[in-house]
Design a protein around this ligand. Structure first.
Ligand code: BG6
Length: 530
C-alpha cells in the first residue's frame, strides 16, 4: 500500500524524477477512496489512471489512498492491476515506468465488478469501500468518478444515494462525498436542468464536480494569468482596440471508434457547449476580485448572461453546421463521417459547427466573437486569436492590415495557442531591411516547451488533484452549464427541426463548409489561416 513508499520524500526522488519539481501542493489531500465507474473503459485507461499514477509519482497522493475500479466486467484485483499496468505503458509513454514504483502504486488499486443497474451492485461497492476504508483509514471520505455514458449519471448517483454512499451535506460542512461528472452534462437545456434537479435532491452543489478537461490545460489556465498578471494588455482588451475574436478547435481526427457516442452528441454538444464556451468566458470575463472558486466562476457566468440572444430570424447567418465527406488528411485517404463505424449511413449528425456571438456589455459591445470546432480538418490546432483594429491613418502606403480594410487577415493579432504548440504569439508590423520603407508582418513568439523545458502536467492530473483537495475552481458550476445550454438551445432546436439539405458539405482535410467563411465575410472578416 501507499504508506510503504514515501512519495513526499522529495530529496531522494528529485534527481531521478523530473516530475517532482513541477507542482507544489498548496492544500493537503486527506486519505480517501477514489471510485471510478466505467473503470474498464477508454477514458480511465487513457487519461484517469495515467493522471493518478503521475500524481503518485509526484508525491501528491495521500498515504491511505484507495483506488477502486468498478464496471460490469468481471475481474479480480490482480486482473485490474495487470490491465491498468498495460494501459499505462500503452497510453502514457511519457511517464517514466519503473516496475518498483508501479508495484508500490498497484497495492492501492482494487476492483469490484458491479452492475450499476442493480441495488446489489451498489451494495457490493458499499461493502467493499467499508472494508477498504477500515484497512486503509480513508475516514469514510469518498470521491466517485463517473466515467460512463451520460445516460448512467443519474442512475449511478441515485444508486449510491440509496445505499447511503451519497448524502447531502450542509453548506458549511466539508464536501464529502464528491462526485465527478464527465461531459456532456445533459443533452439540451431541459435534460440538463432535469439532471441538475435530481442531483441537487441528494447532493449540494459544492459536492458536484462537473469536469471540463479544457479547464485543466495549462495554456487555458494561462489565459487568466496572461490577462490579469500583466498590466499592459488589459487596457486594450476591449471594443475600442479589438476588431474581432476567433476561437478555433480544429482536429484532424474523425470520431475514432466513438461513432455511437458521437451520433448522439455531434460537434455542438461535444465541444462547443462546454470546452469552447469555457474558453470564451475566460477570454471575455472581467477581472475577478479574488482567485477563489466562486469569485472567478461568478465572473465567468456574467459573460454568458451578457451574450446577445440569438435572433431566431437570423440563425442561419450566425450558426453554420457541417459534416465531413471522404477526403485526404495529411496525405492519407479517410472515409466520410457516414461511413464510420456505428454511424448511420444517412446520419445528419454535425461534425463541424461555427457560431458568431456578440456580448452585450460595455467592454465588448459590437465585437463579433467567432467560434468553430470541427473534426477531420486540415490541421489539429486549438487557439484563441485576438484581432486588433488597424492604425487610424495610412503612413506607409497601401499595406494589407495596416490601414486598409480593418478586417484584413493581416494586422496586429495576438494568438494564444492551446495546442499542439502551446504558447503565445503577437503579430506586428516591422520595416523590412532595405533602402525603401516597406513593411512586413512578423511574429513575436513564446513557446511553453522551450521557455520552461519541463513536462506539462496533463489536464486530468491538475483537475483530479483539485478535486482531491476540494477545490472546484476549474470545474463547471451548475449555472454556467445551464447558461451555456440556454444560449445554444435555439440553435439546437432550429437544427433539429430543419434537416440539412447538403450533408456531407465539407471534404475531410479542408477547413469546413464554405458557409462558415461566408458568415465572417458579412463583416468583411476572414478565419485566420492556420
Ligand atoms: C473531448 C471530445 O471532450 O475533447 C472529443 O469528446 C475531442 O471529441 C476532445 O476530440 C478534444 O480534446 P483535446 O484535449 O484533444 O483538445
Amino acid at each position: 500500500m501507499l504508506e510503504e513508499k514515501a512519495p513526499s520524500d522529495k530529496s531522494q526522488d528529485e534527481a531521478s524524477n523530473p516530475l517532482i519539481s513541477g507542482l507544489d501542493l498548496e492544500k493537503q489531500v486527506k486519505p480517501l477512496a477514489f471510485t471510478i465507474f466505467g473503470a474498464h473503459g477508454d477514458l480511465n485507461k487513457r487519461k484517469l489512471l495515467p493522471a493518478i499514477y503521475a500524481l503518485y509519482l509526484q508525491g501528491l497522493l495521500p498515504r491511505g489512498f484507495v483506488l477502486l475500479g468498478t464496471s460490469r466486467t468481471v475481474m479480480d484485483d490482480e486482473g485490474f492491476r495487470k490491465l491498468m499496468c498495460e494501459s499505462l505503458q500503452k497510453f502514457a509513454p511519457d511517464l517514466p515506468f519503473e516496475q518498483d514504483a508501479w508495484d508500490r502504486f498497484a497495492t492501492c488499486l482494487f476492483y469490484q465488478p458491479a452492475d450499476s443497474g442493480s441495488h446489489e451492485g451498489f451494495a457490493s461497492i458499499k461493502t467493499r469501500l467499508e472494508e477498504l476504508g477500515q484497512k486503509y483509514n480513508t475516514g469514510g471520505r469518498n470521491v466517485f468518478y463517473l466515467s460512463t455514458p451520460p445516460s448512467l449519471y443519474w442512475p449511478i448517483i441515485e444508486g449510491l444515494s440509496k445505499v447511503g454512499l451519497v448524502e447531502k451535506r450542509k453548506v458549511n460542512e466539508e464536501a464529502w462525498p464528491r462526485v465527478v461528472i464527465e461531459k456532456p452534462f445533459g443533452h439540451d437545456l431541459s435534460s440538463s436542468l432535469e439532471l441538475d434537479d435530481h442531483i441537487h435532491d441528494v447532493m449540494r452543489e459544492h459536492q458536484v464536480y462537473r469536469i471540463d478537461h479544457y479547464l485543466g490545460k495549462e495554456t487555458v489556465q494561462n489565459v487568466m494569468v496572461f490577462r490579469f498578471a500583466n498590466s499592459i494588455f488589459e487596457p486594450i482588451w476591449n471594443r475600442n482596440y479589438i476588431e474581432q475574436i476567433q476561437i478555433t478547435n480544429a482536429e484532424t481526427i474523425g470520431v475514432e471508434g466513438r461513432g455511437a457516442y458521437y451520433e448522439e452528441a455531434g460537434a455542438l454538444r461535444d465541444m462547443v457547449q462546454n470546452h469552447l464556451m469555457q474558453l470564451l468566458a475566460l477570454v471575455l470575463m472581467e477581472p475577478p476580485i479574488a482567485m477563489d472558486a466562486e469569485t472567478t466562476r461568478d465572473e465567468k457566468i456574467k459573460v454568458l448572461r451578457a451574450l446577445k440572444p440569438i435572433d431566431l430570424n437570423r440563425i442561419d447567418s450566425v450558426a453554420v453546421r457541417g459534416q465531413y465527406d471522404q477526403g485526404f488528411v495529411a496525405g492519407v485517404e479517410v472515409p466520410a463521417y457516414r461511413a464510420e463505424k456505428s454511424v448511420k449511413p444517412d446520419s445528419n449528425t454535425i461534425t463541424f459547427a461555427a457560431l458568431k456571438l456578440e456580448v452585450d456589455n460595455w467592454r465588448w459591445a459590437g465585437v463579433p466573437i467567432y467560434l468553430r470546432s470541427g473534426k477531420r480538418m486540415a490541421k489539429s490546432i486549438t487557439e484563441v486569436s485576438i484581432h486588433f483594429k488597424p492604425t487610424p491613418n495610412n503612413l506607409f502606403g497601401d499595406i494589407p492590415g495596416l490601414s486598409q480594410a480593418p478586417s484584413n487577415p493581416e494586422g496586429n493579432v495576438l494568438v494564444m495557442q492551446i495546442q499542439p504548440e502551446e504558447g503565445i504569439s503577437l503579430k506586428f508590423a516591422t520595416k523590412e531591411p532595405g533602402p525603401t520603407t516597406s513593411v512586413r508582418w512578423l511574429n513575436m513568439d513564446f513557446r511553453y516547451g522551450t521557455a520552461f523545458g519541463t513536462r506539462t502536467p496533463t489536464a486530468y492530473e491538475r483537475l483530479i488533484l483539485d478535486c482531491l483537495q476540494g477545490d472546484p475552481s476549474l470545474y463547471a458550476r451548475s449555472d454556467f452549464v445551464e447558461a451555456s445550454w440556454r444560449y445554444l438551445q435555439p440553435v439546437i432546436e432550429h437544427w433539429e427541426k430543419n434537416n440539412p439539405t447538403k450533408f456531407p458539405n465539407y471534404k475531410a482535410g479542408s477547413w469546413g463548409p464554405k458557409e462558415s467563411d461566408d458568415m465572417l465575410a458579412q463583416r468583411g472578416h476572414y478565419w485566420r489561416k492556420l
